[in-house]
Design a protein around this ligand. Structure first.
Ligand code: B12
Ligand code: SF4
Length: 456
């Protein structure tokens, strides 16, 4: 359990639980919620007493008991497609005098379910940036000035690019690292002690399974990136706070390396530090990036790129708007392996209409990439997930056209967890593929087993 501050707080921010029952999976690292930390930092800067409770691995009852024991005036909670039922349950179980504020990346689609909770608590949902609007709500006597009234005790506020609470320049948002007690996160096997940062909001890519896709994002079509100076200043803060306890930075968003210019900017930034770092990258962002740039990237500390490859089937890749072709992926990863930058590749099994033959293509691509990396003496690791349908995505809209209030039933796949661990990612809400559930799980286990194999 992670909590900050023991005295009475004005507002308790909850990184909401995703498990029905408490998770006992000890190898599961929990990355702190940066979104909540931005909100907490802003609240405190405005004189409010604030605490973050990281309930991600806890169950509802534990979370409810904690909230009631603190009895704050306000609770702020994030919500995801996979846990909206739990968030509703928590709201229905806490002290009715607490005003609840719910936000987060999925809220634009989920807010209607949140408003249906059977309780007399005041419930306010916020779609968009939280750090300017939440301090405004505290103590506000007339919520109608900020948003719309949905029904008695239910309000919805949209913080879009026209709102005065929209953060136009995200370089100005500050994170106080005391709200990230999970840092530094130690990965003993990899020998890295890590701190985290996000460099952008929104996304230029259009992955059909993602809520942040530029095609779907209703509130922040404006994609925002931080200036080089603000990122350098944050890394300076990290170095100052942790000293030699941190030797690695993980950039969590997909846009830090979004095109050739941003690769040069990243090199300029990390040239100033003696730190290792790793980041997410979309394979399309590598298109105009040559060997020389990659060598410089490695030189300035980048030891790993994380990449959502998702599938080895060209039909699936096209359907999810991911990459032009499998061939391109192979070419770009070869270049990375030759440069010695290791790759952490993410794959999904069980996309809508995906056939067992297409899953086999993904498996074969994993084998090919694993062999390529091993032959070139470079690190390569695979993460594989069962497809989960999220509200607010192109795939959701295709499957449930005109039924945005369809209630997805989220389930925890205990069988998959027993087989592969890493329980926080083994949720799902239906099999939309053309294969059996067991086939999906078998493929996930098979590709993960490649992580322990040399050339196959
Ligand atoms: C990095 C990342 C992670 C990281 C770190 C999360 C973080 N930043 O805190 C990790 C790997 C831990 C992660 C985990 C998960 N993630 Co994630 N993640 C992202 C990613 C790539 C960037 C998020 C980010 O940092 N943005 C920058 C910060 C500053 O913005 P933010 O978090 O959105 O917060 C702002 C607002 O949303 C709002 N806000 C946020 N919380 C709250 C709460 C309140 C009360 C209010 C008022 C406002 C508010 O204010 C914040 C500041 O302005 C996004 C995709 C994207 N490009 O957005 C997916 C994304 C957010 N993740 C997603 C999901 C599903 C998850 C998981 C549930 C995955 C799972 N286990 O199944 C877990 C949830 C774990 C958790 N509770 O933290 C989905 C959410 C979709 C949905 N409809 O639910 C996204 C959109 C990706 C996708 N595939 O669609 N994620
Ligand atoms: S690149 Fe990442 S954040 Fe962007 S749309 Fe694709 S999955 Fe979502």
């Amino acid at each position: 359990m992670t909590k900050i501050g023991r005295c009475r707080v004005d507002i308790l921010l909850i990184n909401s639980p995703i498990f029905q029952n408490q998770s006992e999976d000890d190898d599961d690292n929990v990355i702190p919620s940066l979104g909540l930390a931005y909100i907490a930092s802003s609240l405190e800067a405005k004189g409010n007493k604030c605490e973050i409770y990281n309930a991600i691995k806890f169950d509802c009852d534990t979370t409810v008991d904690y909230i009631n024991s603190k009895s704050p005036k306000y609770v702020g909670m994030n919500v995801f497609s996979i846990n909206y039922e739990l968030v509703c349950k928590i709201i229905e179980s806490i002290n009715p005098n607490i005003t609840v504020i719910v936000g987060g990346p999925g809220i634009a689609s989920l807010y209607k379910f949140i408003h249906e909770v059977q309780t007399s608590n005041i419930v306010i949902t916020i779609s968009g940036d939280g750090e300017k609007i939440v301090p405004e709500i505290l103590g506000c006597q007339n919520l109608l000035k900020l948003g719309i009234k949905i029904s008695e005790n239910r309000f919805h506020i949209i913080v879009d690019k026209d709102s005065q609470y929209f953060v136009k320049d995200i370089s100005e948002s500050h994170i106080d690292r005391k709200f990230l007690p999970e840092e530094p996160l130690k990965h003993n096997k990899k020998g890295i002690n890590e701190a985290f940062l996000v460099s952008s909001r929104g996304c230029v890519h259009a992955c059909a399974f993602c809520t942040a896709s530029r095609k779907q994002n209703p509130y922040s079509l404006k994609i925002r990136s931080r200036s080089q100076e603000s990122i350098i200043s944050e890394i300076n803060d990290i170095v100052k706070k942790y000293g030699s306890d941190v030797n690695c930075i993980r950039v969590l968003d997909d846009l830090f390396l979004r095109n050739k210019t941003s690769f040069h900017e990243a090199i300029d930034i990390f040239d100033k530090f003696k730190l290792k770092w790793r980041a997410m990258v979309h394979v399309n962002a590598l298109m105009n990036v040559n060997e020389e740039i990659l060598k410089n990237l490695k030189q300035c500390g980048c030891f790993e790129l994380e990449m959502g490859i998702e599938s080895g089937s060209d039909r699936v890749l096209k359907m999810i708007n991911k990459h032009k072709s499998k061939q391109r992926i192979i070419e770009k990863l070869t270049l990375l392996f030759e440069t010695g930058i290791q790759v952490k590749a993410y794959f999904i099994f069980g996309f809508p209409d995906e056939t067992i033959e297409e899953m086999e293509e993904t498996y074969k691509l994993c084998i090919l990439l694993n062999n390529l990396a091993k032959n070139l003496g470079c690190g390569f690791s695979i993460s594989a997930f069962k497809f989960r349908l999220y509200y607010g995505t192109e795939l959701f809209n295709n499957l449930f056209a005109g039924k945005s209030d369809y209630r997805l039933e989220n389930k925890f796949d205990a069988n998959l967890s027993d087989r592969i661990g890493r329980s926080q990612f083994n949720f799902w809400n239906g099999n939309y593929s053309n294969a059996e559930d067991d086939d999906i799980n078998n493929y996930i286990e098979k590709v993960l087993a490649l992580n322990h194999k040399d050339v196959t």
